[in-house]
Design a protein around this ligand. Structure first.
Ligand code: HEC
Ligand code: HEC
Length: 388
């Protein structure tokens, strides 16, 4: 009796000590046997990664909790080329981490060497639309046609130029790969894998890709300490101590001429879509493609400018090569299109070209470079887990 209680007390303390080695963590997510098998294909941590998002002080909400196990499944799916028809393309092929989850081509390469009809969109701040802005969030794609990442992903898988797969085929490919069973079981606590789980996992991963550690974010957080989101724009307009004089001058130009659409805090854009006068006629009608109203023609999503220095070429059609060229566009290239936004028109209705001096242009360029978040580009949680 006595020996028994000593042994159990000993066992209990060993259990407690080992359990306490990593406080708050499940020691192992997968059995040793599964982990060994998975390690032949992918390199993911045996214990949990921390995917929770912590927002800067100037966001209305401070954090959002993310299920690490589900995000980990999403990470593997995001990088898995087996999920495209000819196994040549994954989500990451057109959304590369080292360039803020965009790609460097005007039109991306999909399966069988086909090309997309539009320029890839950088993913570094999708969260702000999906999570933070709740039901009134900004829909996805250049023409706002997808309501959620689930919806977007299903369309992307099925797109004949992108991945060429219906969801039942995607699920079939998932079931073929031995590493998914333990991944999904650990995340969803069920043996059966469904298409909804696949879409949910991708969505959770994509929404966890937060990017708010740029120089601009750091400086705005220092300026805006009140914790109220309502007057962030005012804080963003004040000079930042950590900025150079050129960056501050560029910021003023931005706040006066660009923030009415692209937002003052680089969060959700102030308007969902607009026409910025790239051309006098549009072959791709943007919103007008699926909501055929005359007033929707030529309207495109107002994209985030986070990490903008990395994500060229620019615009829905990749028609503008460099950031300096973009500045030239707003300075002297705005075209008189029928649906050109009011914000880019003079009172007589003609295009309001900003006519910036060379100094103004280089100041604005310096400001746009403060929006780059280097930490996003190397964060291991978002990186390619595949071994080869
Ligand atoms: C062949 C290239 C390609 C592949 C593969 C690809 N994308 Fe995209 N992605 C694009 C292009 C191009 C757009 C813009 C399309 C449009 O607006 O019509 C886009 C847009 C998006 C958007 C919208 C972002 C926004 O702010 O509106 C999200 C999210 C996204 N992709 C995630 C994914 C995910 C997840 C996968 C994998 C399931 C994926 N993409 C695979 C090229 C690709
Ligand atoms: C009327 C609203 C509006 C204003 C004002 C505006 N933009 Fe834009 N911007 C847009 C829209 C809409 C697009 C996408 C257009 C397209 O692809 O057809 C865009 C695209 C861009 C892009 C390319 C983004 C990408 O991912 O390809 C950059 C960079 C940009 N704008 C910078 C600026 C700067 C700098 C200013 C101020 C000088 C400015 N914008 C003013 C609406 C606006």
């Amino acid at each position: 009796m006595r020996t028994f209680s000593i042994i159990s007390a000993l066992a209990l303390s060993i259990y407690l000590i080992s359990g306490c080695a990593k406080p708050g963590f499940d020691v192992n997510l997968y059995s040793d046997e599964d982990y060994e098998m998975m390690s032949e294909y992918i390199n993911i941590p045996q214990a949990l990664d921390e995917y929770d998002l912590f927002f800067p002080s100037y966001y209305r909400r401070t954090s959002t909790s993310i299920d690490d196990r589900v995000a980990t499944v999403g990470r593997v799916l995001f990088y898995d080329k087996n999920l495209s028809k000819d196994r040549s393309v994954s989500c990451a092929s057109c959304h590369e981490q080292n360039i803020a989850f965009s790609d460097s081509k005007a039109f991306s390469e999909g399966i069988e060497g086909k090309t997309t009809l539009r320029n890839s969109i950088a993913l570094g701040s999708v969260f702000s639309f999906q999570e933070y802005y709740g039901p009134s969030r900004i829909p996805f794609f250049w023409d706002n046609r997808a309501e959620s990442v689930e919806d977007q992903s299903e369309q992307t898988f099925a797109n004949k130029n992108e991945m060429g797969m219906e969801m039942h085929e995607v699920l079939g490919r998932v079931l073929e790969q031995p590493y998914y069973q333990p991944l999904f079981e650990s995340a969803f606590k069920e043996e059966v894998i469904t298409r909804d789980m696949v879409l949910q996992a991708i969505s959770v991963f994509v929404n966890s890709i937060g990017s708010f550690d740029s120089k601009f974010d750091q400086e705005l957080a220092k300026k805006h300490t009140s914790g109220f989101a309502s007057n962030v724009a005012q804080s963003a307009e004040m000079d930042f101590e950590g900025f150079t004089a050129a960056e501050n001058r560029g910021k003023s130009i931005y706040m006066a001429n660009c923030s009415s659409c692209h937002s003052a805090d680089m969060g959700a854009p102030s308007v969902r879509s607009a026409n910025n006068g790239l051309s006098t006629s549009y072959e791709d009608l943007g919103l007008g493609e699926h909501s055929p109203l005359d007033s929707n023609e030529g309207l495109f999503k107002v994209p985030t400018l986070r990490n903008i220095a990395l994500t060229g070429p620019y615009m829905h059609d990749g028609s503008i090569e460099t950031l300096s060229d973009v500045i030239d566009h707003y300075s002297e290239g705005i075209q008189d299109y029928k649906n050109l936004s009011q914000d880019l028109k003079k009172s007589d209705g003609s295009p309001k070209n900003l006519n910036l001096s060379e100094n103004n242009k280089s100041d604005l360029l310096a400001f746009l470079h403060t929006l780059t978040d280097e930490s996003l580009l190397v964060n291991e949680r978002f990186s390619d887990p595949f071994i080869d």
